[in-house]
Write a protein that binds this ligand. Structure first.
Ligand code: URA
Length: 207
């Protein structure tokens, strides 16, 4: 688990995340434990104000044990940079912590087995804003079957969190014409973020 150390204030959250990760990485609650190379817990700032949730690790993430490090991850980094964040400043994780073979969609049983780890991460990091990447992740968290178009373009309150939904970076790689819509989603999210957290500038935060 890679984390950002930013002074004493975050050390307790960091320890809690590390403890949770130690327990979680032994998880054998579903069949993905049989095929995974690595458990992909998540990484970033243990006290991030912005937390990003993807769907599940792909091949590169499975190989490295880190979320969003493949082509989708490189695009996510660019999106975050355009919004004024560096990767280490936010917390990045997925709904599933293990790769589904062939990158198939998560199964209901896998989601249910894995959800306590995500909820634990949210309780520790306590982000002000959550960015959800893609329809599958949003449908899973909100327990609906809505198309992405019906979930984008607004803030959605889920548990105690303000969530914004946009295209998954893998979908943007396949459909570059959707990037404009993604940028609109990010700008909307940043407007909300600035109201809640103050002016955003990557250099304002300790690294
Ligand atoms: N896609 C995801 O949803 N998560 C990753 O970590 C990588 C690709």
């Amino acid at each position: 688990m890679q984390t950002m150390l930013s002074g004493e204030a975050s050390s307790s959250s960091l320890k809690e995340l590390m403890l949770l990760c130690e327990t979680a990485r032994e998880c054998r609650q579903c069949q993905l434990a049989e095929t995974r190379k690595n458990f992909v817990f998540g990484e970033g700032n243990a006290q991030a104000e912005l937390l990003v949730i993807g769907e599940a690790p792909g091949a590169e993430e499975d190989a490295s044990g880190r979320p969003f490090v493949g082509r989708s991850g490189q695009l996510l980094d660019k999106i975050l940079q355009a919004a004024g964040f560096c990767r280490q400043e936010v917390y990045i994780c997925n709904i599933l912590k293990c790769r589904p073979p062939g990158n198939r969609n998560p199964l209901q049983g896998e989601i249910e087995s894995c959800m306590p780890w995500l909820l634990g991460q949210l309780q520790i990091v306590k982000p002000k804003v959550i960015l959800i990447l893609g329809k599958v992740a949003a449908n899973t968290l909100f327990d609906n079957k809505l198309p992405l178009g019906a979930m984008r373009g607004k803030v959605t309150r889920w548990k105690e969190f303000d969530c914004f939904i946009t295209y998954h970076p893998a979908a943007l790689l396949r459909n570059p014409e959707w990037k404009k819509g993604c940028w609109e989603d990010i700008q909307l999210m940043m407007g909300h973020y600035k109201k809640l957290c103050g002016t955003k500038s990557a250099t304002e935060h300790e690294h």
